[in-house]
Design a protein around this ligand. Structure first.
Ligand code: THG
Length: 362
């Protein structure tokens, strides 16, 4: 594996110094920014995440800030999810779609005020779409990328670590809600959220200058909790069925195909509503699929076959140490998506047996 050639175009983060010192061994690029992939090993990182507490540099979850008198008007045009139901301190997992109902991104929307939102984006250039819609509609709103970088604190000891740095108030934050809490006098959004099923928080670092002081404070406070640097774990997130834009879905997929139909409930006339409604009965859907045998790392879709005929594709796959099987996320055609259906998956190392599961493992 080659290294990434240093460049200003592949952006560092406010925590890059800490990540390097903590021993990042493999990384990827996400929203043109470095995202760590491995520290010790995939399996060691996984076990540690499920046992202790980790600090993740997920700065690459960039914010598209939307602020101004027409901020809500713009978001109502973008969101299939009913924003009238969004509380003042709430975060919403929001399908972002095009005019045909195809997924453009799957961000977390953060409501800062009635006229100020952050769209915390997955790996696609959504800012340009948002700004384009705003300008085309002549809305009085500003759309930009602020100097805000999420730092996730995930794992069973996350509450304890966060309480030591931000105070006991963090314990009362409910799932997908946030509080504005001070670090060194600087107010930051602290939400109970994050890309794992182990529980934890996301600190939306507001101002890069506070990055390394915040990183250092967390590691100092968490020494006896065995805090370590970590990153989203493919093993762990696949067990839990957390989706990854660009891997498990793209613009060809609707929210209904990827299990986000429950978030399509806006009564407003948002962009893509007609196109989306025309596709509300999906012909394929995301499924948990168990794979037998040994499998390599996955860097392209693997065909799913029934009697030699294509019936879908595996888009994420990993060994699960806890479930002692290969777990995967797949897009399966309606004819074969029932739980218990036996299939074959064509990996680069050969055919492997596969079975559609009723639900994800965790
Ligand atoms: N946190 C923040 N921004 C993000 C991500 C994040 N932006 C990019 C990417 N991740 C967006 N995708 C997801 C996918 C899943 C979840 C969050 C963001 C998630 N899903 C939960 C689930 O499916 O169980 C909860 C969904 C819900 O009930 O609302 O957490 O991780 N800031």
């Amino acid at each position: 594996m080659a290294m990434i050639f240093p460049s200003r175009r592949v952006r560092r983060t406010p925590f890059s110094e800490g990540v390097k010192a903590a021993g990042m061994t493999v990384c990827t690029v996400y929203n043109r920014m470095i995202l760590p992939s491995v520290f010790a090993s995939q399996e060691e990182d996984y076990r540690h995440l499920k046992t202790h507490v980790q600090v993740w540099d997920v700065s690459c979850e960039r914010q598209v800030a939307v602020q101004g008198p027409d901020a809500r008007k713009l978001l109502d045009m973008l969101s299939p999810r009913d924003l009238d139901k969004m509380a003042a301190d709430q975060c919403f997992y929001m399908p972002a779609i095009d005019r045909n109902g195809g997924m453009l991104n799957d961000p977390v929307l953060v409501k800062l005020a009635e006229d100020h939102f952050w769209i915390s984006i997955a790996d696609s250039d959504y800012l340009q779409y948002v700004a384009g819609v705003a300008d085309a509609l002549g809305l009085d709103v500003r759309v930009w990328e602020p100097d805000v970088s999420p730092l996730a604190v995930q794992g069973p000891k996350a509450d304890e670590l966060m309480a030591r740095v931000f105070g006991d108030a963090v314990r009362d934050i409910r799932f997908f809600r946030y509080k504005k809490l001070a670090f060194e006098g600087r107010e930051m959004v602290v939400a109970r959220s994050g890309y794992s099923k182990q529980g934890g928080f996301e600190i939306y670092l507001d101002g890069s200058d506070y990055g390394m002081p915040l990183w250092d404070a967390l590691f100092k406070a968490g020494e006896d909790l065995e805090v370590r640097a970590g990153c989203p774990s493919t093993m762990e997130r696949t067990e839990g069925g957390l989706l990854s834009y660009g891997n498990d879905m793209n613009q060809n997929n609707t929210p209904f195909e990827i299990g986000l139909g429950k978030f399509v409930n806006s009564p407003k006339d948002y962009i893509g509503k007609a196109g989306l409604m025309a596709r509300s009965q999906p012909e394929r859907q995301i499924r948990a699929v168990e794979i037998g045998g040994e499998i390599p790392l996955i860097d392209k879709e693997w065909p799913l076959l029934a009697d030699g005929k294509w019936v879908g594709q595996v888009t994420t796959a990993a060994w699960s140490p806890d479930f002692q099987t290969n777990v995967s996320i797949a897009m399966v055609e309606k004819s074969h998506w029932d739980a218990g259906t036996k299939l074959e998956v064509e990996t680069p190392d050969g055919m492997r047996p596969a079975e559609v599961k009723a639900q994800f493992w965790a």
